[in-house]
Design a protein. Sequence first.
Length: 334
Amino acid sequence: MTRPRILSGMRPTGPLHIGHLTGALDNWVRLQDTYECYWAIVDWHALTTDYASPAEIRANVLEVAIDFLAAGLDPARATLFVQSLVPEHAELHLLLSMIVPVPWLERVPSYKEQQQQITDKDLSTYGFLGYPLLQSADILIYKANAVPVGEDQAPHIELTREVARRFNHLYGEVFPEPQTLLTEIPRIPGTDGRKMSKSYGNAVFLKDTPEAVREKIKPMVTDPARKRRIDPGNPEICPVFDLHKAFSTAETRAWAAEGCRTAGIGCLDCKGGLLDHLLHRLENIHARRPEYAARPDLVWDILREGSRRARETARATMEQVRSAMKIDYRLHQG
């Protein structure tokens, strides 16, 4: 029996952190057993915001691939590939751009949000406006049945469904309408209490050594009410407790919450309990990652082979697309 197909990807903007682990990678590893999985490193998407300084993208592709493999993504059970090594993505994006109204793209929530949040870059480009449609092309070219995403990405999948519907209405049934496979993403704060992000300098990376992880967690901000060891606190507003929710056992979470509220433990005690569980969770990644980091040629071989397999699927889809649109004349002689 054919397994349903899913696709998801990440932009190569730098090494991955523990927020990526809980928000996507842990789930992707589990999904490999029940779905036909395509995991993409979407380097063209990185260009939509980093077009002025693309020199680091190639190195970041390698970093993300190493993190993928260290986290447990298996090239024997899934297809790991680089978006730009499958140029059919660009062809489908171009063809879809002929039929998609501009207001469909402008209403995607993240389009306006990123324009407001990223103030140090000019995002008034055609590429940035069209990135949700490129994302749709990424999904549709593999005829993905579902896409694992968090709620914030659900509007992108709904756009993809609308695009598939419009194409099928105009030219005939080619694309399935992908379902949204919602992933519950726990809030992962950075060491300064804001959302964890490489750009904020507050991230705990998968590549960090245990010593580096300890150095980042120990000075982490906590409930500001706990100015002294004897002051009680509120764990629900403490960023450290948010990390407990993601990585610690129920028993440890209960211990940390009670100790915080009663001032029975200090913040360093709380962080020590968190570190025990966080470092345990990262043990396998720390064990696997150096092996891949030391063999970049092997990692590139895995990506090239995955991209070759992905391109076979993409080429078959594009043949159907051109045929449906009656633009497959390049195949004919005379």
